[in-house]
Design a protein around this ligand. Structure first.
Ligand SMILES: Cc1cc2nc3c(=O)[nH]c(=O)nc-3n(C[C@H](O)[C@H](O)[C@H](O)COP(=O)(O)OP(=O)(O)OC[C@H]3O[C@@H](n4cnc5c(N)ncnc54)[C@H](O)[C@@H]3O)c2cc1C
Length: 521
């Protein structure tokens, strides 16, 4: 490369990235981009409107967030303190298979494979001949969650504690505030005001600037649409259509309500199925987040609110607010020089807490495919292909929860159990039904543990275990299984309760009003 080549390539570089929106998506993007892209020449701008505000929900995550926090070099204890966060070891599902059922979808793994044979297959055979208990008895995160326990696995931890996988619950508003502080320290330039006009280059259709009510124009080479459900750039300006998935995921409204805590926080999210949807419970340090997600075709807002209020554990701390949405995704996540992240790029109901992960994944994918000013269609198409695959996989896994129900007590449950599902999901369900086989395809987010948890938790047992299991001696395997169960039980018993852990770690926020528990020196 000679001097003029390198000068040309420098001229081709994107110099101004403009993020439109300051919700979870906007500030996650701002923190990551300012850490990896602000090279002295390149500037990162973020525009948000206090008058419009943010959606203000989205408080449960999944384990890949550890990787995102690592990328951003966040101190985990500080992060938990600043966001009034707690540990999440999985999701407890109540009333999903049948009324009265409950199961846990934990993070992590079930047991240990023997000679390459999946542990859950060994457990399935043992279940047919003995009494090995629940499959969740063999997952460190599940056993700890059941007991309300937590201990952070470190490089020094030994099995089975080292097998514990976790994520977080946090206050969405505090999370955005925390990331904003970091972003601004890393050089992000924040603009406050409502965008009233978007300017485009006539020939290419590329967005060139956004204009605020004040008349201020913010110019950029690459725009990140984090404007929420409104999809100001990708939808309203560029006209990228929306693929409606409500025939598979018919819930379309949510009423969130925070409540006062009634006890120490559990280290898991709870999802309780009701007549036309389900209710979340997310325990934080300073309050509990709750909400009823429901289908307006089957229940009105007043009744949905009444169901929610009747099923709260603590005193409600806010008035009713109804959030409306259509499940689905933007047909392209990246069009022209606009990349959509967060609610502007699609929405899958929060049953498996995947939206923040989709934002994180979009950010990481964009960093991996970061373009020049002359955006290559190859890089843009690759981004869109990957995001489409991820959205569809997550969608099918959420649909599985509905499709597997045996409930027929309301028209809503009768609809979802009878609905047609995608061919990919049908094929996976059939493979499971025959011999309990699970094949993780490509970069699929939900793997073996997730499939085993949800199918067994909702009473879909395979017709037979994998015949390869019979190559192992029944009696020896039974003894190994029993020993393993006891090891998980003992390991969990030795862990502190999660609140105690957070206090000992210095991860408990100072402004606590409840009586202090004993803390370690
Ligand atoms: C009921 C519900 C529960 C959820 N639970 C979870 C969960 O448990 N886990 C999870 O991972 N996800 C969850 N989500 C999803 C999660 O809330 C979102 O993915 C996340 O909050 C990202 O939102 P956002 O930043 O895209 O949009 P928003 O928070 O809506 O932010 C939009 C931003 O754009 C700005 N803006 C819009 N228009 C303009 C304009 N004209 N001018 C200037 N600024 C503008 C706004 O001011 C705001 O700053 C949930 C969502 C819902 C609806």
């Amino acid at each position: 490369m000679n001097d003029s080549d390198s000068a040309n390539s420098a001229n081709q570089q994107i110099e101004r990235v403009v993020i439109v929106g300051g919700g979870t998506a906007g500030w996650m993007a701002a923190t990551a981009f300012s850490r990896f892209l602000a090279n002295g020449r390149r500037q990162i701008h973020l525009v948000e409107s206090d008058a419009i505000g943010t959606v203000g929900v989205g408080e449960a995550t999944i384990p890949p967030i550890l990787n995102f926090n690592g990328m951003l070099d966040l101190n985990e204890n500080e992060f938990l303190r600043e966001t009034q966060g707690t540990i999440k070891l999985g999701i407890e599902f109540v009333n999903w298979g049948k009324l009265g059922d409950r199961y846990i979808h934990p993070f992590g793994f079930y047991g240990h494979d023997i000679h390459g044979i999946a542990f859950y297959q060994l457990w399935l055979r043992e279940h047919g001949r003995g009494n090995p208990g629940y499959i969740s008895d063999y997952c460190m995160s599940a056993v700890a969650a059941e007991g309300g326990k937590f201990g952070r696995p470190s490089q020094k931890s030994r099995p089975p504690v080292s097998e514990m996988l976790y994520a977080f619950h946090f206050d969405a508003t505090l999370y955005a505030r925390y990331l904003r502080e970091r972003s601004e320290k890393q050089g992000v330039i924040r603009h406050e005001g409502r965008i009233v006009q978007v300017h485009r280059e006539p020939e290419s259709g590329y967005v060139t600037s956004v204009e605020l009510e004040s008349g201020e124009k913010i110019e950029g080479d690459l725009f990140i649409d984090c404007s929420g459900f409104r999809a100001l750039l990708i939808g309203e300006t560029l006209g990228v259509g929306y693929e409606d998935w409500s025939h598979w995921l018919p819930v379309d409204r949510a009423i969130p309500v925070p409540t006062k805590n009634v006890g120490p926080p559990d280290p898991f999210t709870r999802s309780t199925a009701h007549g036309a949807g389900w209710q979340w419970r997310i325990p934080l340090q300073h309050r509990t987040g709750n909400g009823h997600v429901y289908c307006s075709q089957f229940i009105g807002d007043d009744e949905a609110e009444a169901v929610l209020m009747a099923n709260l554990e603590g005193e409600a701390m806010a008035d009713r607010r109804v959030i409306r949405f259509t499940t689905g995704r933007r047909k392209l996540s990246w069009s022209h020089n606009v990349v959509a992240l967060g609610l502007s790029s699609g929405f899958l109901e929060p049953l498996e807490s995947t939206s923040i992960h989709l934002i994180q994944n979009g950010i990481q994918r964009l960093l991996a495919l970061f373009p020049n000013r002359q955006i290559s269609p190859v890089e843009r198409d690759e981004y869109n292909r990957g995001m489409q695959e991820l959205y569809e996989d997550v969608r099918d896994f959420i649909v599985l929860h509905y499709k597997l129900t045996q409930r027929d007590d309301t028209p809503f449950w009768r609809y979802v159990r009878e609905m047609e599902v995608s061919d990919a999901l049908k094929r996976k369900m059939e493979l499971w039904r025959l011999h309990g086989r699970i094949f993780r395809e490509g970069a699929e987010l939900f793997g073996t543990t997730s499939w085993v948890a949800v199918t067994l938790g909702q009473n879909m047992w395979p017709e037979r275990y994998d015949p390869i299991v019979d190559s192992l001696d029944e009696v020896k395997v039974a003894a190994a299984i029993a020993e393993l169960r006891e090891r998980y039980r003992q390991a969990a018993a030795a862990l502190p309760m999660q609140e105690e852990f957070l206090r000992m770690a210095g991860a408990w926020a100072a402004q606590d009003v409840r009586p202090q528990m004993a803390t370690a020196p």
